[in-house]
Structures are given as C-alpha cells and as structure tokens.
Ligand binder design. Structure first.
Ligand code: PMV
Length: 324
C-alpha cells in the first residue's frame, strides 16, 4: 500500500480569488493556470497497519501543527473514500524554494493526492483526482495537468462538478516564466484569510467576479492562437484587478511590497524597450514574469538588476502529475 507521485506547481493567469464554500473549497470564479517545471514536490505515501497516527515529513523534517493538520484532514478524505482506517507515513521532498515565499501547496497537495489515492488502490480519472485534490488546496487541483489547465468552479453545493480540465498540453507552446524573488518579508495575510476578507467586505468584489468570463474567453483564444501579447495583457490586467479587490476590503490590505512595484515598473520598461514581457502576482510580494524563449537572456539580466531582487528563477511549462 505504497505509492510515489511527483507534481509541479502552477501559476494562475486568471486568478482564483474568493470562495463560495470554505469547507469544500468551492470558488466564486473559474481560474486558468500554466503548470511550471521549475517547482515540484515528490511525495511517497505508505498506509501501514503498525501506525497509530499519520506521520508527515517534509524535506526530512517531521511536521506538526497546522501544516500537519491539513495533511491529516486530507488523508481522512482518502480514508473515507476507500472505507479504510489505516494511518499513513507521508514523505515529501520539495523542489520549490519555500523560503522565498512561493506557494508549495499546489505541488504539495497534488502530489499527496496522487500518491495517497494510488497507495489506497483507488483508480481515479484525472477529473476525479483533480476534484479530491481541490479539497486539500484549491489551486492544487490545476496541477494534475501539464501545460494550461482551467478549474471549472461548478454550480453544485457538494462540489462534485468543481475540478480542473486540461486546456492545452506542454507541447502546445514554449511559453516561459521568470519567478522574481524579492528580499521582502513573507506574506502576512494568508490566501484563505485574504479571500475571506475580500468576499465579505470588498467594494470591488462583485466587479472582479463579473470580469472573469470575458477574460477567460479571450485568454483561451490567445492560448489556442499562441498570441503572446493577448495572453500577457489579459493575465496582467486580471492580476491587477485581483489585487485591487484587496484595496477595497475592510480593513484594506495589499500583498505588494515596494519592490513588487519596482519589478512591475521594470517589466513595463522592458516592453517600452521592445522586449515583450508581462507580470502576474499571487498572494505575496514576489512577481512572476511571462516571456518567450528568444528574450530569456535579456529578461533575466534586466530583472536581476532591479534593486531588491535577490534571485530570478527561470521555468518552462511543466508536465502534469507522474508516478514512480
Ligand atoms: O489555493 P490557495 O489557497 O493557495 O490560493 C491560491 C490563490 C492565488 O494563488 C492568489 C491565485 C491562484 O489561482 O492560484
């Protein structure tokens, strides 16, 4: 009853921002992402008779507290699904620079879901796996697939129609992402708390939700046509609108640090200088920059020179979940 899975993180080009149900993790809008090959988690799960509780080690460190509780609750879902009560020994290795503030929950929960369901002997389709992964971490449900994926929010109250579907495989388009690491502090408002406050109080929340269908339609067209300008412009505008909702919340908050804005301006200057690049930002200060292979060197050099930038990690589109 043992299995190992590897999954990559993903970057949302159309953001998931807001929940309609917190316990099932059901979103208020569809989202669309690109899976990245630079950042992965490999997880082994073994269900054993001799264990009296679940064990979770991450990068050889025994994990307790909130992180452990999230893994344990997720394993409870798998146990319920398979009607078994065995505890699990979970080992994860993160190839994601967590210290740099990158979300490892997407690759982490996708790998955990894949390994745990296989170890239990469950044969799930990608949709079914995505649906259960969603209940570990929302954005993780998109990491089941390589390339571009869309999380369909669904309309049912039990979440049975809320999962991600593939939009275009890795081979479709060699589009790249530079992850810009800043010397800013780690985020102070978790994505869970940030979404909650936004949904409950932001004056801009409804217009954010209303803006999604058009963004999605346009970006999917851009992806099919490999139209970099179109995809970049929509992703950047969608990111700015998501972050605007936090400023309209009560109390207001932002994930941006001063260096976040400096990097955003550097990307604008690159464009003014004829080098096409677009930014997107998640629930933290770091910036991801979309670019095409021919501009890689120039983009990296320019970003490394921005004051406050400590590292620039380049990534290609990544594959979906795999098993060993
Ligand atoms: O899945 P969570 O709870 O880590 O939320 C992710 C939210 C964003 O990263 C800001 C957007 C997204 O779609 O990934």
């Amino acid at each position: 009853m043992k299995a190992t899975a590897k999954a990559h993180t993903n970057i949302a080009l159309i953001k998931y921002w807001g929940k309609r149900d917190e316990s099932f993790i059901l979103p208020t809008n569809n989202s669309l992402s690109l899976t990245l090959d630079g950042f992965s988690t490999t997880t082994s799960v073994e269900f054993r008779e001799d264990l009296s509780e679940d064990i979770f080690t991450l990068d050889d460190k025994r994990i307790t507290g909130v992180e452990y509780d999230r893994v344990r609750s997720f394993l409870d879902l798998i146990r319920n699904l398979s009607d078994k009560t065995l505890y699990a020994d979970v080992h994860s290795i993160n190839d994601v620079p967590t210290a740099a503030g990158f979300a490892s929950s997407a690759s982490g929960f996708a790998a955990l879901a894949g390994a745990a369901t296989r170890a239990m002997g469950l044969q799930l389709s990608d949709y079914e796996l995505s649906r259960i992964t969603r209940q570990g971490s929302g954005s993780a449900c998109r990491s089941i697939y390589g390339g571009f994926a869309e999380w369909q929010q669904g309309v049912k109250t039990d979440g049975s129609d809320s999962y991600a579907v593939p939009i275009a495989p890795v081979e479709h388009w060699d589009i790249r992402v530079a992850a810009v690491v800043l010397s800013a502090d780690m985020k102070k408002v978790s994505s869970r708390e940030g979404m909650r406050r936004t949904v409950d109080t932001s004056a801009f929340f409804q217009s954010w939700v209303d803006s999604i269908p058009n963004d999605l339609e346009q970006i999917k067209q851009g992806i099919q046509e490999r139209d970099f300008e179109k995809v970049g412009q929509i992703a950047e505008a969608n990111c700015l609108r998501m972050h605007a909702t936090t400023l309209g919340a009560n109390p207001p908050f932002t994930y941006w640090a001063d260096t976040t804005m400096t990097v955003m301006q550097a990307v604008q200057s690159l464009r003014e200088g004829g080098i096409s690049a677009y930014f997107t930002i998640d629930a933290g200060p770091n910036v991801k920059v979309l670019y095409l292979p021919e501009n890689e060197e120039k983009i990296k050099t320019a970003l490394m020179h921005v004051p406050g930038v400590t590292d620039v990690i380049l990534s290609r589109a990544g594959q979906g979940i795999s098993y060993k």
